[in-house]
Design a binder for this molecule. Structure first.
Ligand code: SF4
Length: 298
């Protein structure tokens, strides 16, 4: 067997599109929370820390193939949940094997930031941790509670401002449709209001796409949650972009986006809004819904 076959990846490996050039290293498996109703990303995988020996074995292989790697992205739903001490030990090992590494990114939950002191966050930044991707999803507190996200908009604000203070860059996500039918405008306003107070480098835009493994699927089937129509989601996004007044890169070109969008604010605002208007003028609800239904995997 080839050595590469023996890297310790468990289940589906997720990474943001902008980490395509980063070395992927498994630091954790699954998610510490694992309770968001819309999520089926990690299935039944229980949260697990990768033992240091396992990480070292992977680093040994990676060092052979990419000895000049500059950026490492730690995979797993939220490796930033690791304690400060464990993260430092992990970073030290990465540097032992890959001395050219300049920065290290990973997914994080807002709740992973809270236990780390200001000094620890600054020290992690000094050791190269930056570009965290935080699944914020929405600024709409009703939706966050309904979806069992385990955070609030106020907490997102507080913890991301702490990252700002420590100089740790971050990327946020916005999931349209999460507030359910008829609530898109509320979600767009609340999310723009929250993000306008923060400094994300990138906002990744996705749209709610359910699979049978997600608890919310059962609620849709039972009629207790009504999914937002596709056209409402585009209008939601339109409102969000109109109201967002921070300089930021918007990336909405995943499979879940019925209308792929990408651009920089404020420069591309007019173009992005025109693209959404064009799509709203051209595509019927049926066509857009058929596209969503055709998605088999994110
Ligand atoms: S959405 Fe993120 S935080 Fe929520 S269960 Fe899924 S991986 Fe965990």
């Amino acid at each position: 067997m080839h050595d590469l076959d023996r890297l310790h990846f468990t289940g589906t490996v997720w990474r943001p599109p902008y980490e395509a050039l980063s070395v992927l290293l498994q630091a954790t498996t699954g998610c510490t929370h694992g309770a968001c109703k819309f999520c089926s990303l990690y299935g039944d995988l229980r949260f697990r820390l990768s033992p240091l020996a396992e990480v070292e074995a992977d680093l040994r292989i990676i060092a052979r193939y990419q000895p000049r790697a500059r950026r490492v992205f730690l995979v797993g739903a939220n490796p930033f949940a690791l304690s400060y001490g464990r993260l430092v030990r992990l970073i030290d090992r990465i540097r032992d094997f890959l001395p050219k590494v300049e920065s290290i990114g990973m997914f994080a939950r807002v709740t992973d930031i809270r236990p780390k002191s200001a000094e620890e966050l600054r020290e992690l930044r000094a050791r190269g941790v930056t570009g965290l991707t935080i699944g914020t999803e929405t600024g709409d507190d009703e939706a966050l509670a309904r979806m069992n996200k385990g955070t609030t908009a106020a907490e997102t604000l507080e913890q991301c401002l702490r990252l700002d203070e420590a100089g740790i860059a971050y990327h946020l996500t916005y999931m349209t449709g999460l507030s359910g039918a008829g609530n898109g405008e509320r979600a767009a306003r609340a999310t723009a209001e929250l993000f306008n107070r923060l400094h994300p480098q990138v906002i990744g835009i996705v749209s709610l796409t359910l699979f049978p493994e997600a608890p919310l699927w059962q609620e849709v089937t039972a009629g207790t949650f009504v999914e937002a129509p596709e056209r409402e989601r585009l209008e939601e996004l339109h409102t969000f972009i109109e109201r967002l007044c921070i300089p930021v890169h918007l990336m909405g070109n995943t499979l879940s986006n019925t209308v792929p969008l990408s651009g920089r604010l404020p420069e591309d605002r007019t173009r992005l809004l025109a693209e959404l208007q064009r799509a709203l003028g051209a595509a019927t609800e049926c066509e857009l819904a058929a596209y969503r239904k055709s998605i088999r995997h994110l």
